[in-house]
Write a protein that binds this ligand. Structure first.
Ligand code: PEP
Ligand code: MG
Length: 526
């Protein structure tokens, strides 16, 4: 009988296949024997790696291109190779010097308590291994199709270079649900489980249930038959749901529900048919701000926002202003050493404290607004004065752009309803053009249970009556006051919460793109 192992779900779906171990690429290599030779070898390997990445960048788009661009920028930064070059000058072979230098950097990221920082270690590991492969004239990291990639962590480029046409899955001993790869896996519908801790070394077949985070190593005939039956019924259910994908979401009564999508990167749009949704309900702009990379300037942000707006061809696109802090720190922007980051300088609190950064983003948004139906939304609002200040700053940015002769437009400004103070008294916030309920944060603040702590996961329940009562209250207030209300937390992507949300009076939901067909099918049943 195979052994069952429990990890954390990072992307749902089922897959059964042979494992492919993601190993370190430290290949056997004979040094050249001289410091000059080793210096040149390392510099050549770095240059070759930059070329590899440039070739790869031509084959991908959007988010994936940003990830590769980030790696190119790291490789082109002389500071990265400096410690390795000085070790080479003292007689260390190039591959040993490079590994040691990069391992030191990686250890720094890995030691972080935070998922987001740990996720950035994957980019560095990727860079380390690519250069090592090139130093030893090594093989490509391209993975075969139809395998379960198993390892400590996985590099974004390994994901991008993998041929997923015959399916596959990812099982990581560490990893993180907020990593670049987890985002890419969810967008592509590749099952992924992280935080496994351990898996039997010599398993020859692995069954992955990405939704529950369960992994079976070497299932026996009975277990395999059961898994295959689950796969078949899953495929059948997905097939039935697919018929709903391009139709409007309509209840049996004929009432129409708007289904919008949550996105983080432009790359995700490549896999989404615009006619399957009513627009973008949440674009999390903080994913443009990579920790450790320079802050994106106005032009970079403008180009990114414009692509979302143009993709939607007139359908609404709601871009959320920076929501960093809490579980999404960015070095140099978020404060170090906060005792309780979720209750600290996060979202609009931080952007109002860093007007320079906020102005750059608002200017980029005002410029992008010229190209389509853009709405802008502010996260973590707690008091009405925050809306007033954001609106005044936005107006000032638009006036400044006008004076400079740069085309700009002031889009409607709405707010996330995710702090209980707003959900309890929505009537204080009618300066907002719209409300979008953030059930992820609303749940953690109402139930006082962290959204990223598995030990209190049972308490962190969006169907707690106190949470659903607040959702109803906001929906009803919005209807009476003529303020549009949507919900964009993960709760909207779960069919089991659907009846509760629609009974609460919501008629607009923003969901994970991979859930569109499933939700529309569930709505048709209501
Ligand atoms: C939420 O809090 O529900 C939400 C949608 O925002 P985020 O998950 O990015 O905090
Ligand atoms: Mg939130």
């Amino acid at each position: 009988m195979g052994t069952s192992h429990q990890g954390t779900s990072a992307s749902d779906g089922l897959f059964l296949g042979p494992p492919r171990r993601l190993g370190s690429a430290l290949a056997e290599r004979q040094g050249t024997g001289s410091s000059e030779g080793e210096r040149a070898a390392l510099q050549d390997a770095i240059a070759l790696s930059v070329t590899d990445l440039a070739v790869l960048m031509d084959r991908v788009d959007g988010e994936a291109q940003d990830i590769l661009g980030f790696q190119v920028a790291m490789l082109e930064d002389d500071a990265l190779a400096a410690p390795a070059l000085s070790a080479i000058d003292s007689g260390t072979p190039a591959h040993v010097a490079w590994s040691a230098a990069l391992d030191g950097e990686i250890a720094g990221y890995e030691a972080s308590e935070d998922d987001y920082f740990r996720a950035r270690a994957a980019d560095l590991r990727d860079i380390r291994d690519r250069v090592l492969r090139n130093l030893s004239g090594g093989e490509s990291s391209r993975s075969p199709s139809g395998a379960v990639l198993v390892g400590e962590d996985i590099a974004p480029t390994t994901f991008l270079e993998t041929d997923w046409s015959a399916g596959g899955a990812i099982v990581l001993m560490r990893g993180s649900t907020t990593s670049h790869v987890a985002m890419l896996a969810r967008a592509r519908g590749i099952p992924m489980v992280v935080g496994m801790g351990k898996l039997p070394e010599h398993a020859v077949m692995i069954a992955v249930d990405g939704g529950s985070g369960t992994v079976l190593a070497d299932p026996d005939d009975l277990q395999r038959a059961a898994f295959n039956a689950a796969l078949a019924s899953d495929a059948q259910a997905r097939g039935l749901e697919e018929q709903f994908r391009l139709r409007p979401a309509t209840r049996r009564s004929g009432a129409r529900i708007d289904i919008l999508i949550n996105v983080a990167g432009v790359e995700e749009l490549d896999h989404i048919d615009l006619s399957s949704c009513d627009g973008i309900g949440l674009m999390r702009s903080e994913f443009l701000f990579r920790d450790g990379a320079p802050l994106p300037d106005e032009e970079t942000q403008y180009r990114a926002y414009r692509r979302f707006v143009e993709w939607a061809v007139g359908k609404p696109v709601t871009i959320r202003t920076l929501d960093i802090g809490g579980d999404k720190p960015v070095r140099g922007l978020t404060p170090d050493g906060e005792a309780n980051p979720f209750l600290g300088l996060r979202g609009v609190r931080l952007t109002l404290a860093r007007e320079d950064v906020f102005r750059t983003q608002l200017r980029a948004l005002a410029r992008a607004a010229v190209h389509g139906n853009l709405k802008v939304m502010v996260p973590m609002v707690t008091v009405p004065d925050e809306i007033t200040r954001c609106a005044a700053l936005f107006d000032a940015c638009v006036a400044e752009l006008d004076a400079q002769g740069i085309a700009a437009h002031r889009p409607p400004l709405g707010i996330m309803v995710e702090v209980p103070a707003v959900a309890v008294m929505p009537e204080l916030f009618d300066a907002a053009a719209f409300f979008s309920i953030g059930s992820n944060d609303l749940t953690q603040y109402v139930t006082a249970s962290s959204r990223d702590d598995a030990r209190v996961a049972a308490l962190n329940d969006p169907s707690h009556p106190a949470v659903t009562a607040l959702i109803s209250k906001v929906a009803q207030y919005g209807r009476g006051a003529g303020i549009p209300v949507s919900l964009c937390g993960d709760m909207a992507s779960e069919p089991r919460h659907l009846a509760t949300l629609l009974d609460a009076g919501l008629t607009s939901l923003s969901v994970a793109p991979a859930r569109i067909a499933r939700l529309k099918a569930a709505i048709a049943e209501l």
